[in-house]
Design a protein. Structure first.
Length: 300
C-alpha cells in the first residue's frame, strides 16, 4: 500500500500525486502547515511524521470494476486523507483528499458533482461522503443540506468549483427554522492525476481533488481565512495559488438559509490555464466511508 505522503517541517509532499503543501511556519502542532490553533490529525507525532495513521478511522476501501459488468473484481485499502487538521478550540476541521472515480464521472460537470455531494450529506459524514449518487445510508439523525452559494475557481491552475453548504438537523428545524448544525466550505477540482493500484490494474483511474472546511456557524467566518490560506499554499506540479470567480446564491432570497449565510467576496482567479481533463479509465467505485471518531459527526 503506497504511503500517503511525507511531512517535514513546513512542508507536505504526497507520494501518490505531484502535490505538495508549503507551510506558513506557524504552529508546531501542525508541523508548520497551519496557523496557531490547528493540529495535524492524520499523521502520528513529530517523531514519525512520515507515517500516516492507518486505523479504520483513517482508511477507505476502494472497489474496482475492471470490465464494467457491475461487479467489483478487486479491492484496495487506501488512506482516506492526504491531510487532515482539527482546531484545538473550536471543533473546526480542514481536510484534503484525492478521490479516484469511475470513467462515467471523469468528465462530469463540477457543479453537478457538488450538487450530488450536497444531496448525499443527509445522515452521512461530511468528509467521506461519496461523489456519486449510488450509495444509500440509514441514520437515526436526519440532516437537511443546502448550498447557499457557489462559484467557479482555480486551485493551483486546476479547474474547480467551491461552495458554501449549511447543514441542519431536521428535527431541530421543526422547532427553529433558523437552526444550523454546521457550515462547510467545499472545493472539488478536476486533476490530471491517476490513481494506479499496481496490485489491481496497470491502468490508472481519474482523480478529483476534494478539499473542505467545516465548523460551527458561530465560528465559521473567523476560521475561514485559515482555510483559504491553506488552499493558496497547495502546489500541483509546481503551480500554486487559489482564486474564485463571482459567487452566486443558490437559495431564494428571504429564506432562513439566505438570511443566516454570509457570501464570500469574489477574488480574481490566477492566470493559469486549466489542466487537461483526465482520460477515461475502467470503472472504480469512490471510497466508502470508514468509521470516524465521534467528533467527526454532526451534532444537534
Amino acid at each position: 500500500m503506497p504511503n500517503a505522503g511525507v511531512i517535514t517541517p513546513g512542508k507536505y509532499q504526497s507520494k501518490l500525486y505531484p502535490l505538495s503543501l508549503t507551510g506558513d511556519g506557524a504552529a508546531q502542532s501542525s508541523a508548520g502547515l497551519m496557523p496557531e490553533g490547528w493540529r495535524l490529525d492524520n499523521f502520528y507525532g513529530k517523531e514519525v511524521r512520515d507515517r500516516p495513521k492507518d486505523t479504520n478511522a483513517y482508511m477507505s476501501q476502494l472497489e474496482f470494476d475492471l470490465n464494467g459488468d457491475g461487479r467489483y473484481e478487486e479491492q484496495a485499502r487506501e488512506y482516506t486523507y492526504l491531510l487532515r487538521f482539527e482546531h484545538r478550540v473550536t471543533d473546526g476541521v480542514v481536510w484534503l483528499r484525492g478521490i479516484p472515480v469511475s470513467d462515467d464521472l471523469a468528465q462530469m460537470d463540477l457543479s453537478v458533482l457538488m450538487t450530488n455531494f450536497s444531496e448525499a450529506l443527509s445522515g452521512a459524514n461530511y468528509e467521506t461522503t461519496r461523489l456519486d449518487s449510488m450509495s444509500s445510508r440509514t441514520s437515526e439523525e436526519r440532516y437537511a443540506s443546502t448550498i447557499i452559494a457557489s462559484a467557479p475557481c482555480k486551485l493551483a491552475g486546476l479547474e474547480c468549483v467551491t461552495a458554501t453548504i449549511e447543514l441542519a438537523n431536521v428535527d431541530q428545524l421543526k422547532l427553529d427554522p433558523t437552526y444550523r448544525s454546521r457550515r462547510l466550505r467545499v472545493l472539488i477540482a478536476r486533476t490530471p492525476f491517476h490513481y494506479e493500484p499496481s496490485a489491481v490494474s496497470e491502468r490508472g483511474y481519474p482523480v478529483y481533488l476534494f478539499a473542505g472546511y467545516s465548523s460551527l456557524p458561530a465560528n465559521f467566518d473567523a476560521e475561514l481565512p485559515d482555510f483559504l490560506g491553506f488552499l493558496g499554499r497547495i502546489s500541483v506540479a509546481g503551480v500554486s495559488g487559489f482564486g474564485s470567480g463571482p459567487w452566486s446564491s443558490r437559495v431564494p432570497a428571504g429564506s432562513p438559509a439566505a438570511t443566516n449565510s454570509v457570501a464570500a467576496p469574489p477574488s480574481a482567479p490566477p492566470s493559469v490555464a486549466p489542466s487537461a481533463p483526465p482520460s477515461a479509465a475502467p470503472s472504480v467505485a469512490p471510497p466508502s466511508s470508514a468509521p470516524l471518531p465521534t467528533s467527526e459527526f454532526f451534532r444537534d
